[in-house]
Design a protein around this ligand. Structure first.
Ligand code: TYD
Ligand code: MG
Length: 453
């Protein structure tokens, strides 16, 4: 095959170089050069042809064309708003080892079981490895086809020979277009190969799922540059040391991005978790100082999470603040507000904060619960077991309501909570919950009688 000429273009200033260099000669930025295929530019370089599909009036577009088809994995279908749309491309991103291959193999088998053909393309594992895993997952099905190609022409060939309804590409980082000089996993390769695959999915009208590995900081060459190219972007998250996995929708051309899927990693693969709050609170011990339950919201799904704070006398010149599952910045802000507005001194103690269950809470709705947990830990007075707390704390110590309060509190009621500490402005709680309305963090501390005698 004839090699096309490649050049390297700076992502920042657009300057081009014939060879890759670490630093752009044009703007002197580091690591911004991206490989691209050279071609003629200017007037006439692109011919003007009749369109393949003629433009039509918007009202003439068939709205039923994009009907999702269920994958059979309930939590995945919930997140997708029903299932995968034929001809659409979904990117599933997540850290290595989080369970992307597992959930997709399960989905592949479910789809195959309905009589639709599925092609699972793996550049990461051998066919034997995938078969062994499929046996464990109960995912052996004659309509499920495997190929372990990585080179783009062969990948396209495999799709052409199977003619599947669903293609799974695991992962985009292993794909290789031999026309490009860069190695698999580079931005140029990932972008180019994915682009070709997206076109192929649209042309054939088959659904396609691309797997993309993402590192802890959410970067790594790959998934980010693909987000605009695909119809749907899903993110698979969780703590590898915990069983819980969260499936979020980052982008969705066919539906809401508010849904959240919850899975538990088990011996037999990923199992859906319909009652996550119940799971989180199952091992909670009552009457422990420093523990407060907060009704958080993930997308549109309420989740009750226990926050725990432990304070110990510090011998360090600058005491330790350690937070797991809780944003360090929010914790620091809360400690400052407690000190300045509530008169609670934390300068001499180490503070350990934990969101139980391996979830990450980033929303400000957990502020009030966090503040109460710190006070409770310092005074040794537990927050009553039937109380949840929900509200954002401002720098003045004032409280603000947060979105979806009724939905959060309905979940609290469902799990047997009776009272909720809420800002004055919050809407009325649902039946079964009595509001303890407060204006400031110090009000809340006083109403719960948590100051030392
Ligand atoms: P995997 O799907 O390979 O992750 P990814 O494709 O995102 O890199 O899953 C990796 C982990 O899941 C692996 O460490 C083992 C665990 N696992 C189970 O606990 N149970 C199972 O049934 C399977 C298949 C995997
Ligand atoms: Mg994998």
């Amino acid at each position: 095959m004839a090699r096309t000429k490649t050049l390297y273009r700076c992502n920042e200033c657009g300057a081009t170089e014939p060879k890759w260099t670490g630093r752009c000669m044009g703007c002197e930025a580091w690591g911004t050069l991206i490989e691209e295929v050279d071609g003629p530019v200017g007037p006439g370089a692109v011919p003007i042809l009749a369109p393949t599909t003629a433009p039509i009036q918007i009202s003439d577009v068939d709205p039923t064309e994009f009907t999702p088809r269920a994958t059979g994995v309930a939590e995945l279908d919930r997140v997708l708003g029903g299932g995968l749309v034929p001809g659409s491309v979904t990117l599933l991103g997540g850290e290595p080892g989080i369970g992307k291959s597992t959930v997709l193999l399960q989905a592949a088998a479910e789809v195959a079981a309905t009589g639709r053909k599925v092609l699972y393309l793996s550049g990461e594992e051998s066919a034997q490895q995938i078969r062994l895993r499929a046996e464990r997952l109960g995912a052996l099905h004659p309509m499920l086809w495997l190929a372990t190609e990585i080179a783009l022409p062969q990948v396209l060939g495999a799709i052409a020979s199977v003619e599947p309804d669903l293609v799974i590409v695991d992962s985009v980082q292993t794909l290789l277009n031999p026309d490009l000089a860069s190695t698999p996993g580079s931005v140029a390769q990932v972008r180019d190969c994915s682009h070709r695959l997206v076109q192929e999915a649209k042309r054939r009208g088959c659904a396609m799922v691309l797997v993309g590995h993402v590192t802890k900081d959410g970067s790594l060459a790959g998934p980010r540059v693909l987000e605009h190219m695909v119809d749907t972007v899903l993110s698979f998250e969780g703590d590898r040391h915990h069983a819980l996995r969260l499936l979020r929708v980052v982008k969705h051309r066919f539906g809401s991005t508010q849904e959240l899927g919850l899975f538990e990693m088990t011996e037999k693969g990923l199992a859906g978790v319909p009652d996550a709050s119940g799971m989180f609170l199952a091992d909670r011990r009552l009457g422990i100082p420093g523990s407060v339950v907060v009704p958080t919201i993930e997308g549109a799904r309420p989740l009750l999470v226990e926050l725990q704070i432990l304070t110990t006398p510090s011998t360090l010149p600058s005491p330790r603040r350690s937070a797991q599952g809780i944003d360090n910045g929010r914790l620091a802000l809360l400690l400052a507000v407690l000190q300045q507005r509530v008169g609670v001194q934390t300068g001499q103690v180490d503070v350990y904060a934990l969101a139980v269950g391996g979830v990450k809470i980033v929303e400000p709705g957990a502020d009030l619960a966090l503040g109460l947990a710190v006070v409770s830990s310092l005074t040794g007075k537990p927050v009553p077991a039937d109380v949840v707390a929900c509200g954002e704390v401002g720098l003045g110590g004032e409280l603000r309501q947060v979105a979806h309060t009724p939905r959060r509190l309905a979940e609290a009621a469902r799990l047997g909570f009776k009272r909720a500490v809420l800002p004055f402005s919050a809407p009325a709680p649902p039946p079964g919950i009595v509001a303890i309305r407060v204006g400031t963090l110090i009000d809340a501390v006083e109403r719960l009688q948590m100051l030392p005698n």
